[in-house]
Structure formats: C-alpha cells, structure tokens
Write a protein that binds this ligand. Structure first.
Ligand SMILES: [Zn+2]
Length: 149
C-alpha cells in the first residue's frame, strides 16, 4: 500500500468511528467498531510495509551516494591526465604539467587506464636502439619511444 492508500485507509477508519459514535443502534455501533478494528489492523500492516520500503530506499540511496562519490573521484583523477601521442601511432596518458602535489611528469598505459587500472609506464634504455616504454602488467602494451621521454 502506498502513502495515498494508507491515508485513504486512515480516513476510512475515522469515518467508521464517527458512524459508530453517531449510531443509536447498539448492533450497528458494534459492527462499525469491528470494521474499524479490521481496517486499523490492515493500516498497521501497511505502515510496517512502508517502514520496510523506507529502509530499503535508504540503503539504495546510500549505495548510490557512495557510487556517485567514487565516480566524482575518478573524474577528478581523469582530469589529471591527457591522452597524448607518446610515439607515432601509439597513445598514452600524459600527466598534466599543472599537478600541484609534486608528482613528477609521467605516462600511464592507455589500455590499462581505459580498463580502470592506473599503471605508470617505465622507461627502459636500449642503449644504441633508443628507449622503450614498458607496461609492467603486459608486454603487449609496451612500445618504442623515439626520443627520451
Ligand atoms: Zn598496460
């Protein structure tokens, strides 16, 4: 029963109580009181259902607030990086220069970050063959860098 149904049932009980008070016939008064009691029991059950529904909605709201907070944190984190062409045809997320927390400039692995994992690429010196950017989680994500990153 929804709120409007509960209010309607309460109004009905009040109406039955008035009928019982106005009745001069004792049998009519007893019937009205019995009917009012039945409706009060129904109303109590509806109130319990509404309390249970309210608790369920409060839990769902709490979970959604937590999810929203986590989404906002991820969005803030995402703003700290820009997708950049780290090598011709190869992309990585470059840290923005405006980071205020003292974090040194770095690249994040694009395939890993798009899956939700924040993996910093490591530079590997290949001596006379240049530099390679290595993803610690997968060799498939590693790529040669034309210049020292
Ligand atoms: Zn990776």
């Amino acid at each position: 029963m929804e709120i409007t149904g509960a209010i309607g049932a309460l109004s009905s009980v009040i109406s039955l109580a008035k009928t019982a008070l106005d009745a001069r016939d004792d049998a009519k008064a007893q019937a009205a009181v019995a009917d009012a009691m039945t409706r009060l029991i129904d109303l109590s059950m509806s109130a319990l259902t509404l309390v249970d529904l309210l608790a369920s909605l409060q839990r769902a709201n709490s979970e959604l607030e937590k999810e929203l907070h986590e989404t906002k944190l991820k969005a803030q984190e995402r703003e700290r990086y820009t997708l950049a062409e780290a090598s011709p045809g190869v992309y990585a997320y470059r840290s923005n220069d405006t980071q205020q927390d003292g974090t040194p400039p770095h690249y994040l692995c694009q395939p890993c970050y798009d899956k939700g994992e924040k993996v910093v690429l490591r530079r590997q010196d290949l001596h006379m063959w240049g530099w390679t950017m290595v993803c610690p989680t997968s060799d498939k994500h590693s790529f040669p860098a034309l210049e020292k990153p």
